[in-house]
Design a protein. Structure first.
Length: 568
C-alpha cells in the first residue's frame, strides 16, 4: 500500500482515487484548493547559504536496501515545517553532487550573450578561462514574450505540441557543453573548457550547468522575446536523463519533463539491478554521464546515501511530468514509478500534490515515439506551470506492465508539515566552499570532428552472465549480442571485444531474421536495415585496447530470432 501523508486541511484538500481502468493502469489524481508559491524568480539554488553538516565519506556509508528518508536531515532529525524543506533540499543536492553526478559549480564570474527570435548565444568566462555555445530558438505563433521549453538534442520531444500550447522551443545541443565519446580523463565541451578536462563532474551535470547559463542570458535580455520566469526542459532517452538532472538542480526551471530516461535518469538506483534494466556499471561505463565518484557504487547502490526519489523531490514544488515506457524493461520503468511515488510524498507534504505527474500507461512500445497519450497532459502542464493560464491537476498513471510499489522500498512515513511561511532569506551560514577548477588545463587539441550520434542509448542491459569462458583470439576481435524483446520489436546490444592485441577499427556483421527491420542504431555506422547488416565503428570507439571492449546497439521491429554477430 502506498503511504499517504496527513495534509493540513486549511491549505490543501485532496480527492484521491485508485482505479484499474480499461488500460489496466493505476491512476492517482489530486485536485488542490491552494497552489503553493514556487521558488523565487531568478534563484538558481535557494538553499546555497544553508548550513549543511559535513557529508559522510564513501568508506563510512552503511548499507541499506531501503530508500533513504527524504524528510530526515543529515543530523538524524526530521523536518517539521515546509520552510525546513529549503535546507533539507540543499542537503540532498550536496549528497547527489558528491556521490552521483559531480559538483555543479555556481554561476561563473562572467556570463554574457544575446537572445533573438532565432537563437541564443552564451559566452562564459571564469578564472582566466572562457567558452561559448549557442542554441536555436523556434517561436510559436502569437505575440511574445513567450515561455520556453529547452529541448535537449532534438530527439523524442513533441515540439509541435509545445509550440501549439504557446511556448517557444530552445533547441539545446548538450554535446557542445559536454561531449560524449570521450574518456573520463579527457572530457570535452564548453563546461570542461572552464573547469578542466579531468573534472570529476559527469556529463549530465555539465549539461545542467549549460542550461543554467542559457537562463542567465535570458534573464539579462530584458524579457522582450522570452520570459525569464517561465522556462521548462525536456528530452528523451539520454537527453531524458539530462532533463531530469537539469530540472532538479536549477530552481528557475518551472517545468521538468524527462521522457524514458532509463538508468542514470529517474529509476531508483536500488531498483535497477532487480528489474533487468541497463545495469549501473553499463550506464556508468557507456558514457561519462554520471560523476566519477559514482563508480564505487555501481555494484552496491544500497550504500548510496541518496536515491532518485529524492532527486525528483528536489524539483518540488515546481512542475514535474515524468513520461515513461513500460514495454522496455531495460529502461527501468518499474523503478522509475517508485521514484515518482516517493517524490510525490514530498510534493504532498509541501502542499503541492497536484504539481507532479507520472505517466507510463502507453500502448506504443517504440523507444522515444511521439505518443498521443502524452499530448494533452503535456499541454496542460505547459499552460499551468509556464503560461499560468490553467490549473489542471497532475496525474500519476502507472501501467500495470511495470508498476512499482513504494511500500516495498520505504520504511519511512510522510510527516505533516505545518505551513509556516519560509523566511525571506535563507538561514545564515558559511557559504559552501567553492572548489577551484582542476589545475590540469583543458586539452589544446580540438575534439573529434565526427560528433557522436544523437540516437538513444541502448535500452538493453549487458548480459547478466559473464562473457563466454572461451578466451578471445590471439588477435582480432569477437562480438556477442544480448537482446531485450517484446511483442513486435526488440533492442540488441552488441559487445565488441579485442583479443590479445589492440584493435584499430572494427566491422561487425549480423543477419536478421526474416521480417525484422532496424529502425535506429547508436554508437556505430550501419549499412542496411534488413537481412545481412554491417556495422562499423564511429570515430570515438574504433580503438579498443587489448582485452578491452566497446558496445553498440540497435532497435528493430519484428522478431530477433538468433543473433550471431561476427567481427573483423
Amino acid at each position: 500500500m502506498i503511504t499517504r501523508p496527513r495534509l493540513h486541511a486549511a491549505v490543501l484538500t485532496l480527492a484521491a482515487a485508485v482505479t484499474i481502468g480499461a488500460a489496466a493502469a493505476t491512476t492517482i489524481s489530486a485536485a488542490a484548493i491552494a497552489i503553493p508559491a514556487q521558488a523565487a524568480p531568478g534563484v538558481e539554488d535557494e538553499g546555497a547559504a544553508c548550513a549543511v553538516p559535513t557529508l559522510p565519506d564513501a568508506g563510512s556509508l552503511p548499507t541499506d536496501a531501503k530508500l533513504p528518508d527524504p524528510f530526515q536531515r543529515l543530523n538524524g532529525t526530521r523536518i517539521t515545517t515546509r520552510a525546513d524543506w529549503t535546507c533539507r533540499r540543499e542537503e540532498i543536492k550536496r549528497l547527489a553532487e558528491k556521490f552521483v553526478y559531480g559538483e555543479k559549480p555556481a554561476k561563473p564570474q562572467s556570463v554574457t550573450g544575446t537572445v533573438s527570435s532565432s537563437s541564443i548565444t552564451v559566452n562564459v568566462s571564469h578564472q582566466g578561462r572562457s567558452s561559448s555555445f549557442s542554441a536555436r530558438v523556434e517561436l510559436p505563433s502569437g505575440t511574445g514574450p513567450f515561455p520556453a521549453v529547452v529541448v535537449l538534442g532534438g530527439f523524442g520531444a513533441d515540439t509541435a505540441a509545445i509550440k501549439a500550447a504557446g511556448a517557444a522551443v530552445i533547441n539545446y545541443d548538450p554535446y557542445a557543453v559536454g561531449k560524449e565519446g570521450t574518456p573520463r580523463t579527457n572530457k570535452q565541451g564548453a563546461f570542461y573548457s572552464i573547469y578542466g578536462a579531468t573534472s570529476p563532474t559527469g556529463l549530465l551535470m555539465a549539461w545542467s550547468w549549460g542550461v543554467s547559463r542559457i537562463i542567465d542570458v535570458i534573464e539579462q535580455s530584458g524579457g522582450t522575446i522570452l520570459r525569464p520566469d517561465a522556462t521548462g526542459v525536456t528530452g528523451c532517452s539520454r537527453f531524458g536523463k539530462g532533463a531530469f538532472v537539469i530540472g532538479a538542480f536549477d530552481q528557475r526551471i518551472a517545468l521538468t519533463m524527462p521522457i524514458e530516461s532509463g538508468t542514470a535518469g529517474a529509476p531508483i538506483f536500488r531498483g535497477v539491478p532487480g528489474e533487468g534494466a541497463q545495469s549501473l556499471s553499463s550506464a556508468y561505463g557507456e558514457q561519462p554521464w554520471l560523476g566519477d565518484a559514482f563508480g564505487s557504487f555501481t555494484g552496491s547502490p544500497q550504500r548510496l546515501p541518496v536515491d532518485t526519489h529524492e532527486i525528483a523531490a528536489m524539483v518540488a514544488p515546481r512542475g514535474l511530468f515524468i513520461m515513461d515506457n513500460p514495454h522496455i524493461a531495460n529502461l527501468g520503468p518499474r523503478s522509475a514509478s517508485v521514484a515518482a511515488l516517493g517524490a510525490a510524498e514530498v510534493y504532498k507534504a509541501l502542499g503541492a500534490g497536484d504539481a507532479i505527474s507520472y505517466w507510463s500507461d502507453v500502448t506504443d512500445g517504440t523507444h522515444c515515439a511521439s505518443r498521443s497519450e502524452w499530448r494533452t497532459p503535456l499541454q496542460q502542464n505547459i499552460r499551468r506551470h509556464l503560461l499560468k493560464t490553467a490549473n489542471d491537476p497532475g496525474v500519476i498513471r502507472i501501467s500495470a506492465k511495470a508498476q512499482g510499489r513504494l511500500s516495498d522500498w520505504a520504511t519511512w512515513t510522510t510527516p505533516t508539515l505545518d505551513s509556516t511561511p519560509p523566511p525571506s532569506t535563507p538561514p545564515p551560514s558559511t557559504p559552501p566552499p567553492s572548489t577551484p577548477p582542476p589545475s590540469t588545463p583543458p586539452p589544446s587539441t580540438p575534439p573529434p570532428s565526427t560528433p557522436p550520434p544523437s540516437t538513444p542509448p541502448p535500452s538493453t542491459p549487458p548480459p547478466s552472465t559473464p562473457p563466454p569462458s572461451t578466451p578471445p583470439p590471439a588477435s582480432g576481435c569477437t562480438a556477442s549480442a544480448s537482446v531485450n524483446a517484446w511483442t513486435g520489436g526488440f533492442v540488441a546490444t552488441v559487445r565488441v571485444t579485442a583479443g590479445s592485441t589492440p584493435v584499430n577499427g572494427w566491422t561487425v556483421g549480423i543477419t536478421l531474421a526474416s521480417g525484422a527491420t532496424v529502425t535506429n542504431s547508436w554508437n556505430a555506422n550501419r549499412t542496411g536495415t534488413t537481412g545481412a547488416l554491417q556495422f562499423t565503428n564511429v570515430a570515438y570507439n574504433g580503438q579498443i585496447p587489448a582485452g578491452g571492449y566497446t558496445e553498440f546497439g540497435f532497435q528493430a521491429t519484428g522478431s530477433p530470432g538468433t543473433l550471431t554477430p561476427s567481427c573483423s
